[in-house]
Write a protein that binds this ligand. Structure first.
Ligand code: KG4
Length: 336
């Protein structure tokens, strides 16, 4: 089969990114203009400012992705762009840029679900990985267990009914003064800590693969407040180690249950929270005990990037997916 070159464009939150990927697997370029340092002063992403920064960054980022890959627009087979879920103003910038490029070049346009993109990050790291497999998708705004039947055929087996695991981590990181972005900072703060030093509530979800993290977050807040009222400081290292381990255990228990129920013995992790060292360590241990093959992307491909969008876009493209110039941003794009 002839080689396919796909340009991926991503702007769903606070990273403006563009990448060129060959045949869904080989990264020829991967450019990310991150706004994280800028939003740190506000303690989180300010949507309006994010949109404006995407407008400034999008064209240079795309130009750099093409030049790093040493290709011209004309060499591309298709342009893939994240159209949801995400911040509406941020998404619109990427979608408009992709539509403009598709219009002037005549290259096909493919709309990509950002969450499916996260799953595809695994294809970029593991050339032999093929569906079917299970994937735990844990990003800033989503937590779900997905049965990947084929590249473009997926089914959500369980999802969070309230907060995402990433939100539960980011919120508590902010409360204990670690700042933004909370996930990586809490990961660092907990290194070497005692994972059994503090205990948190666990929401029991009977007969389902769904999750709930809001009660756990509240129990962490209560612990912090009780310590304050008693004039005692919490031990940040032990507290953050215990909290991350607790969240990782809930994610792992449900995912292993899904593996047992489906009989699927190949498991991938995806999304920003998959970068968490407590999560990775626990999954490594439990997967090896159960004889499950575990995959997770390297750190830079767990968080938002456009190479994963190009990879996912490639599989959608060869499956016949085409968008036209009516493609719009869908901030609450569903993933069934
Ligand atoms: O996938 P992502 O980059 O963006 C979304 O699509 O949401 O995920 C961002 C999330 C944030 O909650 C961030 O704090 C978290 O991923 N994150 C981490 C780590 N690195 C990023 N959470 C825990 N530990 C990390 N090392």
């Amino acid at each position: 089969m002839k080689d396919h070159l796909i340009l991926g464009i991503e702007s769903s939150c606070d990273e403006t990114a563009a990448a060129v990927v060959k045949n869904g697997r080989e990264i020829l370029s991967n450019v990310i203009a991150s706004q994280a340092d800028f939003h740190e002063q506000y303690g989180g992403v300010v949507p309006e400012l994010a949109s404006r920064m995407h407008v400034e960054a999008v064209n240079p980022t795309i130009m750099k992705a093409l030049s790093d890959a040493d290709i011209k627009l004309d060499d591309l087979d298709a342009i893939a762009v994240t159209y949801g879920p995400g911040l509406v103003g941020a998404l619109l910038v990427g979608v408009q840029a992709a539509k403009g490029l598709s219009f002037v070049s005549g290259k096909p346009l493919v709309g990509v679900n950002h969450l499916k993109g996260h799953i595809a990050a695994n294809y970029l790291c593991f050339p032999d990985l093929k569906p079917p497999f299970l994937c735990l998708m844990v990003s800033g705004g989503n937590t779900m267990i997905v049965k990947v039947n084929d590249y473009c055929d997926m089914k959500v087996l369980g999802r969070t009914l309230d907060d995402a695991a990433g939100e539960a981590i980011d919120k508590i990181a902010r409360v204990i003064g670690l700042g933004y972005p909370g996930g990586p900072k809490m990961d660092k703060a907990g290194q070497g800590g005692d994972v059994n030093a503090y205990s948190f509530s666990k929401t029991h979800m009977k007969d389902t693969l769904d999750f709930s993290f809001s009660g756990i977050k509240t129990s962490a807040l209560n612990l912090i407040n009780e310590s304050k009222m008693k004039g005692k400081d919490i031990d940040i290292r032990d507290f953050t180690a215990s909290y991350q381990h607790h969240i990782a255990k809930i994610l792992c228990d449900n995912t292993m249950k899904a593996a047992d129920e489906t009989g699927i013995r190949t498991l991938c992790l995806a999304g920003g929270v998959a970068a968490n060292s407590f999560l990775r360590e626990l999954f490594e241990k439990e997967a090896s005990e159960k004889g499950i093959s575990l995959y997770y992307p390297k750190l830079g491909l767990c968080t938002d990037n456009a190479a994963m969008i190009a990879s996912c876009g490639y599989y959608e493209y060869i499956n016949g997916a085409r968008a036209d110039l009516s493609l719009n941003a869908v901030p609450s794009l569903v993933f069934e």
